[in-house]
Design a protein around this ligand. Sequence first.
Ligand code: S3P
Length: 437
Amino acid sequence: MKTIEQRTSPLRGEVTVPGDKSISHRAVMFGSIARGNTEISGFLPGADCLSTVDCFRRLGVEIDTDVQRGRVTVHGKGMRGLCPASDPVDLYTGNSGTTTRIMSGILAPQHFTSVVSGDASISARPMRRVILPLSLMGASITSINGNDCAPLRIEGRGLHGITYQSPVASAQVKSSILCAGLYAEGITEVIEPSLSRDHTERMLRSFGADIESFEGKDGWHARTSFCPELSARRISVPGDISSAAYFIAAASLVPGSEVLIRNVGINPTRAGIIDIAVRMGADITMLNIRNDAEPSADLLVRHAPLHGVTFGGSVIPTLIDEIPAIAVMAAAAEGTTCIRDAAELKVKETDRITTISGNLKAMGGTVFPNEDGLVIEGCGAGSGPALKGALIRTGGDHRIAMAFSVAALIAEGQTTIDDEHCADVSYPGFYRDLNAL
Ligand code: S3P
C-alpha cells in the first residue's frame, strides 16, 4: 500500500525514464539466436525483461547483466544453438505477455519441447492469437488447461511459411509469427489491420534478416523468409515512451509544472500519446531529436489546460499502453473524451476498460465504459466535480498503479495505491523518480 497526497507545488526538473520494455525484450531474444555478442545499453531492468533473460538462460544462453547500469551482454548461440538443460524445459514468463507470445514463435521450430507458464494474469490472457497462426505453420502447441491460455506445451518441429491475416493489430502476434518465419521453409507474411509497433522488423533487419514491410490494400504487411543466420550487434535502448507517459500526464496536469524527460523513444508506431496529448492542449516540445535505428528525443512538458478529444482507429495501436495515462488526463480535462476501437484494452494485464473506469469512478470521475473503449467527462475548468483521493485497486497492473499515482497528484486529499510494487514490472524506481520532481 502506498499513500500519495495531492500535490501543492509544481513538478520541476528532469527525469530519465528507464529503457524501452519492448526493445529490451527483443534485444535479449534476438541476441540469443544471433551469432556473436549483442551488447545492450539502456536495458530495462524491470521484472518483465528479467523474465526474458531468465527464460533464455534456461535455454542455454549465457547472458551477463549489470542491472544497475542497464548493461547486458547476450552471448548468442546462433539460430540452431538453443540447448536447454532438460527436455521438456520449464520456462516461467512471470507477468510478461511479450515474453510468452514472442518466445513461443522462437520455441515452435526448435528440436526440443518447452512448457511455458506465467503468473495468474498471464494464465488468463488469450494465447489462441499465437497458437492459431503458429499451428497453421505446422507447430505443435497445446494449452495445457485447454482454455487457450498458458501454460503452453510447445513441441518443436519443422515449420513452413504462411500468409496470415491477423484479426488484431498486435506486435506480439506479428513478432511471434515473424520469429517462427525465420526458421520456416518459404515465405512468411503477416497482414495486420493497422500498423502495430515495428521494433521487431527494425531490429531483425539490423541483425541481417530479410524483412519487408509495406502498406497494401488489405492492411499492413510484414514479410520474412528462412534465415540461416542473424548477426549480433550493439543495441542502445532509448527510454520507454510508455513510462514517459506518466510524466507527460503529471507535468501537464499539475499547475506550474515544467519537466524535461530525457532520451525518450519516439518511434512513430509508439508515439501516438504525443499527438493525442497535443490535440488535448498539452504543451510538449521535442528537443535533441536523434534518428538512430530507434529514433529518440528529449521531451519538455509544461503545464497546460487540457480539453477532451475523440480518437480511435489506427492511432490506437500506437498508444495502447498509454491509455491509462491518457484517461487520467481526460478525467482532468475540460469536456468529453471518447476513446474508441480499443477493445484490446480488455486483454492486457487487467481488463483495463474495467480497471480504468472503476478507479476513475472511485475518485469521483464521470466515466462510461463500453465494449471497445471509454467515454470520460472531464472536470477541467470546473466542468465537473474535482477528482478526490480514493483507494486504487490496481489488480496487480503496473500501468494502472502508475497512471493513478499521477491522478493522485491532482485529487483532493489522499490516494492509496493497493499494490504499488506492481510498477516494478516496467518501471522500478517510478515513485522515487516522481517524488524527485
Ligand atoms: C508489446 C506489444 C503490445 C503492448 C505490450 C508490448 C510488444 O501488445 O501492449 O505492452 O512489446 O510487442 P500487443 O502487441 O498484444 O498489442
